[in-house]
Write a new protein. Structure first.
Length: 203
């Protein structure tokens, strides 16, 4: 996604917000394309803690350390592409209505237009793809776009486009038949979205 206007006065980003944005960006990258060798190597070096997010990160690091690029690509294709369709359809419209390209996508496009955010010309997926939504959240948090990036703006986007289905999608990914490397990606996403939901609930 990209700006349609210049950001005049970028705000300073706290270390906590930068860490949140990095998780959103990681999830967005992993859901949009198979991981590269460089990304797998970086993931293998992650150190977690005893929180659910930390434990999922540790599990992801262990899987990344023994995952070949070719097997990760094959797994990605089985999960998200397939011959006719993958095992999972990572779109808000599908999760919320049972069909693709429905009202959730129209609502998202209206919101993105209002925020001055445009899709990149080379992106063919509908904007309500979970990978795209995670990348947009990362951009809002880091003040990348021309729109407001404060907590109120973040909460509004999360509540409108992620809160109703993100945890369910990541649970499905965690438990997917074809998920090996992507199982801890699902665990990480599920744990992180739960933390985000709880934090935004008290805003």
């Amino acid at each position: 996604m990209e700006n349609t206007a210049e950001k005049q006065c970028p705000r300073s980003i706290t270390p906590e917000d930068r860490a949140r944005a990095q998780i959103y960006q990681l999830l967005g990258t992993l859901l949009s394309n198979p991981p590269s060798a460089e990304l797998l190597s970086g993931l293998a070096a992650i150190n977690g803690d005893q929180t659910p997010v930390g434990q999922a990160s540790q599990n992801l690091a262990k899987l990344a350390a023994r995952t070949e690029v070719s097997s990760a690509e094959r797994e990605f294709n089985n999960l998200f592409i397939g011959l006719g369709r993958g095992e999972l359809l990572p779109y808000a419209s599908y999760y919320l209505t049972g069909f693709l390209n429905e009202k959730p996508l129209a609502d998202l496009r209206t919101d993105l237009m209002r925020r001055g955010i445009e899709r990149n010309a080379d992106v063919k997926e509908p904007e309500d793809h979970m990978g795209t939504l995670c990348e947009i959240m990362a951009g809002i948090i880091t003040d990348e776009f021309a729109c407001d990036s404060d907590l109120e703006s973040q909460k509004a986007f999360f509540d409108a486009h992620l809160s109703k289905w993100a945890e369910l999608f990541f649970t499905d990914l965690e438990e997917a038949q074809n998920a090996v490397f992507y199982a801890p990606v699902g665990s990480l996403g599920k744990a992180f979205m739960a933390v985000e939901s709880e934090a935004f609930a008290i805003q």
